[in-house]
Write a protein that binds this ligand. Structure first.
Ligand SMILES: [Zn+2]
Length: 351
């Protein structure tokens, strides 16, 4: 009976808080969730590895999300709730008459809509679990350079690197995150390849994922550079997994540590910039242009799809590390929404 009473009280509270919230956001802005999807079509996942394009970055995040959605029937609803909170937060920060946007056509400049969330630079403490037959092969220098890359990419807009002819300088931004090492753990483990089913996380569980980001560095296998878990997933698998060859400053096309930047983007609720589908699929970010598919390598500007230049230099595309160097204002807003009161990662700032 007590339980029932509490339940009804909670419901009443929810209803009344909904009413209150409605009055604080622009009444012309309903929260449109009609485009929200969580499953990536199987054909799109297959296409990423079988479309014949070379030099494509192999991020397994969307494949892992599909698996987790099948394993956990409650996850879709959780992610819907996080998306609703995200859109509501962003809408609440827009001035009167700014509209709900959401077209992803690159026309909306949200520079005029700065998110003043009073959180300043949000620091994310990081636990790093290095799991290799000889864990010392992943050096302290790799740890140091990886952290330096994250601390640069989430603050420096890198506008000076943009090619002539883009208008993307209006969108490139300081996302306002810093990263600090809370601990580095090395485990000598004979497992030669961990795959993408979170086995490495089961063997070496995350530490306080509600207040720390956990990174596992191991050999994933299958040509996979890394994968992340979106907010809303099981805490026991929360974090990102990176192949050691792409962790920190190494060598080759993915040797600047930006696989981590990309995966942390997913961890902070960013989708791939092309929306994991053809033009009509969106990444739920206003100031990133629609794109028909991923870009790989180091494209010459402009790379056109969906009648506009793709933002190939966005961290959430699949381009080479040296050729991806911006987040946008809209992406910043999505990431920071998680840390507001009621956000999926608010425990990072309230503890
Ligand atoms: Zn990805």
């Amino acid at each position: 009976m007590k339980k029932l009473f509490l339940g009804m009280a909670t419901l009443a509270l929810l209803l009344s808080s909904c009413d209150n919230d409605k009055s604080t956001i622009n009444p012309s802005q309903d929260i449109d969730m009609s485009d929200f999807t969580v499953y990536t079509p199987e054909a799109e996942l297959t296409a990423k590895t079988a479309d014949g394009k070379s030099n494509k970055k192999a991020c397994y995040t969307m494949n892992v999300l599909n698996r987790q959605l099948q394993e956990n029937p409650g996850l879709e609803q959780k992610m819907y709730a996080i998306e609703y909170q995200t859109r509501k937060f962003i809408a609440s920060k827009k001035p009167e008459g700014a509209g709900n946007g959401g077209g992803g056509n690159g026309e909306t400049d949200v520079d005029v809509l700065p998110i003043d969330d009073n959180l300043g630079t949000i620091n994310i403490p990081v636990y790093i679990h290095i799991v290799y037959p000889d864990a010392s092969t992943i050096t302290d220098d790799q740890v140091t350079t990886q952290m330096a890359t994250l601390n640069d990419d989430f603050v420096n807009p890198h506008i000076d690197q943009l090619p002539e002819g883009t208008t993307f300088a209006n969108d490139a931004t300081n996302a306002g995150f810093s990263f600090s090492v809370a601990g580095v753990f090395r485990y000598n483990d004979p497992t030669s390849s961990w795959g993408t089913n979170d086995a490495v996380k089961a063997a070496y569980p995350p530490i306080t994922p509600e207040t720390h980001m956990n990174i596992w560095v191991c050999n994933i296998g299958g040509g996979i550079l890394g994968y992340a878990q979106f907010p809303g997933g099981n805490p026991s698998t929360d974090g990102i997994v990176l192949g050691g060859a792409y962790f920190g400053t190494t060598s080759g096309a993915y040797g600047l540590g930006r696989t981590a930047t990309h995966e942390v983007g997913h961890y902070l609720n960013l989708r791939h910039i092309w929306g994991d589908g053809p033009c009509r699929f969106d990444d739920f970010v206003e100031d990133t242009p629609a794109a028909g598919s991923s870009n790989g390598g180091c494209p010459t500007f402009p790379s056109v799809s969906c009648k506009s230049a793709d933002m190939t230099m966005n961290y959430m595309d699949y381009t080479f590390d040296a050729c991806m160097y911006i987040f946008t204002d809209g992406q910043r807003n999505r990431m920071r929404a998680l840390f507001q009161s009621g956000g999926a990662r608010a425990t990072f700032v309230s503890n």
